[in-house]
Design a protein around this ligand. Sequence first.
Ligand code: FAD
Length: 440
Amino acid sequence: MAGETFPNGTVNEAGHSRVVIVGAGFAGLAAARELGNTEIDVTVIDRRNHNLFQPLLYQVATAALSPADVSEPIRRTLGRYRNIKVMLAEVTGIDAAAKEVKLDYGSSVPYDRLVIATGSEYNYFGHEDWRAWAPGLKTIHEARLIRQRLLLAFEKAELSQDPEEKKALLTSVIIGGGPTGVEMAGAISELGRFMITRDFRKLEPDNMRVILIEAGPKILAAFPDNLVQYAMKVLEKEGVEVRTNLPVASVTKDEVIAGSERIRTGCIIWGAGVKASPAARWLGIEGKAGGRIPVEPDLSVTGLPDIFAIGDTALGLEDGKPLPALAQVAKQQGEYVGKALRLRLLEDKPSGPFRFHNRGNTAVIGRNTAIFDFGRWTLKGRFAWFLWALVHVYLLVNFEKRLLVSIQWIWRYLTRQRGARLIDENAASFVPSSTQRTET
Ligand SMILES: Cc1cc2nc3c(=O)[nH]c(=O)nc-3n(C[C@H](O)[C@H](O)[C@H](O)COP(=O)(O)OP(=O)(O)OC[C@H]3O[C@@H](n4cnc5c(N)ncnc54)[C@H](O)[C@@H]3O)c2cc1C
């Protein structure tokens, strides 16, 4: 095909259209796969060398899975496609006039078509200083940090001679009652009670507290009321204290102030809202609904037909309503854009508008319990958890991961064991330091 000019758009020296994809999450990877092994020159740029399966990250934070179980090197995933190059770099800007993506180390990458799939990040609503004490759950680093703080707090509590300090260290606070907050609360409660009963000698399960704080009137706001009521009951049974209508006023190293309550704690987790990546700023356009890039029905950026935005960073509409920031939306948008680019660049054919197919909104509540909302009907309990597990195993990036995670879940289901209860050396500074460390 060298030297041939494709019907639509400019080409590289070999005569191939150049597509650059920024971000190799659910959306970017799905787009890249659709363009794999075609006569299109594809470059995928990501600041991480791995693709991360965020829906299972809470299991890394609560020691059920290891980081490698939920991530895979991007080069490995895309290595089989001869026309795809992978670059490890942070994108810092886009020059839409020159059709170039700017990289952190001063270089730039030219494109004919650009796909922006840079996802979202946690929103601290102007309190950036809270981030240090209340990490969100978006990266492997954060999941390991939470795991570390959680496990160390229990170790410190075991050593503490002060009953009040013991109680504080055994108290975990989760801020934000969305699916991530609820999943974390249930999993921490299960992990903590299991560890105390089985492995610690000087701790009482009754002294452990898991507090889930939500500023709004209900948790799991996107779910119907019957599922929310069910989730509340399960959480209560698991020993989780749910506080709604309680905006947080202050977060420090070992204390959360919410309403009139001052809660001393050994571990704080943030799950209170996300905002889009700064990609709208790169394009000089105004982001909407948390900084998301408004897109047309074909997912091209309004006013910039050669640039597409997909996944969490895009604001797509369906029947006038914003599509949710979910993996299934991101994946479907990636597949759609990949196919649309193939049609346009190789066959000069247009594509119809993107349509989202809702496969059900889900959240895990406690040990082997989940809820599913399919729109017209709902599902809850153990069967919902099996369905959740099936779907999540299926969505994992390759067969090896599916097998590994399935085996670990079956083992954990039968034994309740958590195989990844590891604390890094030199991590003592992550927890309140009122307890003197002694050799055990
Ligand atoms: C804890 C948690 C649990 C979740 N559970 C569910 C669930 O059960 N079901 C569900 O449907 N959804 C779930 N979600 C939401 C889902 O993970 C997101 O909707 C999905 O990841 C969005 O995909 P994306 O491709 O847009 O972004 P991401 O998957 O976040 O990928 C973005 C990629 O862009 C890269 N990137 C960002 N900025 C730059 C830059 N400047 N330069 C280079 N690279 C960059 C990042 O490194 C990343 O690889 C969950 C999210 C979290 C955090």
